[in-house]
Design a protein around this ligand. Structure first.
Ligand SMILES: [Zn+2]
Length: 346
């Protein structure tokens, strides 16, 4: 099953702060980038573990290398324990007791239906095509965050869907929005052992595999777990967005910065499949490169008093074309991300 494109409408309405709050968001990324630059140099490819040669390019004073062996893009520094703690767990205890308003609940539901329900629908179609009954399978969503994907899976009628998340703030939000126990909080150090033992037919990582400290260990653990037959991922790719970020240094760097210290390529996905005994069961190529182009130009137009008057024209011209422009990239598998259902070979 091969699918291309998705309308950017939901994304444009969900990510309004990417436009309105650019400078604050980019300042946060710069802080994380400063921590990353202090970490020791990475010696081997994040994907295939081959020794890394010299830099292929630099962006925001960070060097990146495309692996000679597997084609993966790795940042020059290690994502050490200190780096991961700074990015992922530092704020874990804050606001734990926060209660959520009806407005929060409405925003939550709208994010589930606009962004996550289509992912669950795609997964359901792909599993059906594999001869499975999606409603009878067990699902474990790793790095579940605030539980949006778990909510979408439960909405689809897949009652045995549970999320696993390291942030207590996000776990708490998920369980208030979905149901108690929908997302289970765990320690970061337990991720690999959980992957080896989890009792689930389908393990999903939606925008998560690129963030984990030891993706190879997780893949190896999933491979040796006899319960897990499918691995559903959404991963970011080395794409046009990276080039756009290079020429718009003050615009929020969504694709290659902060927690994204490395990016997949089609070639490195093939490497992962070969090494860990996986095969592609279904692919959905769609990206946000053209939303990034629209956003980058708009942010810069509006920053400058001399160019600000051009921004309405830019918005009116580009927004109606974004989906068509992006589809050209998606069909060539040049999008900024891909969703894939991978199947473990017997
Ligand atoms: Zn490699």
């Amino acid at each position: 099953m091969l699918k291309f494109g998705k309308s950017a409408g939901a994304l444009l309405s969900q990510k309004a702060d990417f436009f309105s709050d650019n400078d604050r968001l980019q300042a946060e990324l710069s802080k994380i980038g400063a921590v990353y630059k202090q970490q020791p140099l990475r010696k081997t490819c994040k994907c295939c573990d081959a020794p890394l040669s010299g830099a292929s390019f630099t962006k925001q004073e960070i060097a990146y290398t495309i692996c000679d062996r597997c084609g993966h893009l790795s940042g020059a520094h290690e994502d050490t324990d200190a780096f991961c703690a700074a990015v992922y767990t530092a704020a874990g205890g804050a606001d734990y007791a926060k209660t959520y308003t009806a407005q929060d609940r409405e925003a939550y539901r709208s994010r589930v239906s606009g962004i996550y329900a289509p992912k669950a629908e795609f997964l359901g179609e792909a599993l059906t095509e594999q001869g499975e009954d999606p409603a009878s399978l067990r699902y474990a969503d790793f790095g579940a965050g605030s539980g949006y994907f778990v909510a979408a899976m439960r909405d689809a009628g897949w009652t045995s869907s549970t999320g696993y998340e390291v942030s207590s703030v996000q776990t708490n939000l998920a369980n208030q929005m979905i149901a108690p126990g929908a997302v289970v909080q765990h320690e970061l150090d337990d991720t690999v052992s959980m992957a080896g033992e989890i009792e689930a037919d389908v393990v999903s990582m939606i925008g998560v595999l690129e963030h984990v400290q030891h993706p190879r260990d997780i893949l190896a653990a999933l491979k040796r777990n006899p319960n897990v037959r499918y691995f559903f991922i959404s991963i970011p790719l080395l794409s046009t967005s990276v080039v756009l970020e290079s020429i718009f240094p003050k615009v929020f760097q969504r694709q290659l910065s902060a927690g994204h210290t490395h990016l997949f390529t089609e070639k490195s996905i093939d490497w992962v499949c070969r090494e860990f005994g996986l095969e592609r069961a279904a692919e959905w190529w769609f990206g946000t490169d053209m939303v990034d182009l629209f956003r980058s130009v708009l942010v810069e137009l509006e920053r400058n008093s001399e160019t600000r008057d051009l921004s309405p024209m830019w918005r009116e011209t580009i927004v109606p074309m974004i989906d068509d422009m992006q589809m050209l990239l998606d069909r060539r598998k040049l999008s900024s991300e891909v969703h894939m259902l991978l199947r473990f070979k017997d």
